[in-house]
Design a protein around this ligand. Structure first.
Ligand SMILES: CC(C)(COP(=O)(O)OP(=O)(O)OC[C@H]1O[C@@H](n2cnc3c(N)ncnc32)[C@H](O)[C@@H]1OP(=O)(O)O)[C@@H](O)C(=O)NCCC(=O)NCCS
Length: 243
């Protein structure tokens, strides 16, 4: 595959994550480039050099990630991605019994129907070639799980299928949440994240979130501690969680 190298550094973004691949976003398409390229980029950081050298490397492409609003018609898909991603994320640290109970209740048709009909909550899917690979849930006003502050937006859920971690999908869902929060002109965005979920904590930290409190989240009969994190958008109100 040929990299469209001429415009690439001028108009697009490079994300260095120093794992096996780096993600390059080119005209909305995420391209995964071999990590060896990072060395060349750092050794020879000059636009011409990098541009020329790109042709030497293998790349693999990913179709465009599309973020779209979830409607009641998507209930089955939402239930499926919700259960799968929650299971992938938490099964190893929890009993099978607690997991089953939570998955049954939190993603029941009745619960999801209520949530999808709530004017103060919105869900978005991340899709590739129309396949759902992650989702976002944000809450406003009284539908926030704790603070219920009109000047805040809660990110209740950002969940991406494991095979798509580290590929910018979580970031695109997060960017959507932030755009909505800005559009609503709120003072801050907040969320709760399990203290034993370092990947998610790091993800929010690199997006500027800071810890401000802790709260208890019940998974089945197990009480777990969630770290509450917030991102201030405007310096005014200050108040004080879900997974
Ligand atoms: C949280 C989530 C959306 C983030 O998306 P992602 O694509 O994995 O995020 P990124 O790879 O961009 O960022 C994760 C960061 O944690 C780091 N990280 C990865 N694995 C880690 C680990 N085991 N321990 C600590 N940090 C880790 C990464 O290096 C990365 O930071 P960097 O970009 O500075 O290197 C995604 O991991 C996910 O869906 N997880 C499962 C669901 C979940 O936990 N949701 C949050 C519930 S509140």
């Amino acid at each position: 595959m040929t990299v469209p190298h001429r415009d690439f550094l001028r108009s697009d973004t490079l994300t260095f994550n120093f794992r096996s691949f780096i993600s390059v976003q080119f005209r909305g398409t995420v391209i995964q480039v071999l990590q060896d390229l990072v060395k060349d980029l750092t050794d020879n950081f000059g636009r011409m050099t990098v541009t020329l050298r790109l042709t030497k490397y293998k790349v693999r492409t990913m179709s465009k990630i599309v973020i779209r609003k979830v409607t009641i018609k998507d209930l089955d898909e939402l239930q499926k991605i919700g259960r799968q991603t929650f299971y992938e994320t938490f099964a190893s640290g929890n009993t099978e019994e607690n997991m089953s109970k939570y998955l049954e209740e939190a993603f029941s048709v009745a619960r999801l129907t209520t949530e999808l009909s709530d004017k103060n909550a919105e869900f978005y899917f991340a899709t590739i070639d129309e396949n759902v690979i992650g989702y976002l849930k944000i809450n406003f006003g009284q539908s926030q799980t704790e603070l219920k502050d009109d000047k805040a937006v809660e990110i209740e859920r950002i969940y991406v299928l494991k095979e798509y971690h580290g590929k910018n999908v979580g970031q695109l869902l997060y960017d959507k949440a932030l755009a909505i929060a800005r559009q609503k002109n709120v003072d801050y965005v907040w969320l709760g994240v399990w203290e034993q979920n370092p990947r998610a904590i790091n993800f929010y930290k690199k997006n500027g979130f800071v810890e401000f409190d802790k709260h208890i989240f019940k998974l089945g009969d197990d009480e777990q501690t969630d770290i509450m994190m917030k991102l201030t958008l405007k310096q005014t109100s200050d108040k004080n969680g879900s997974r």
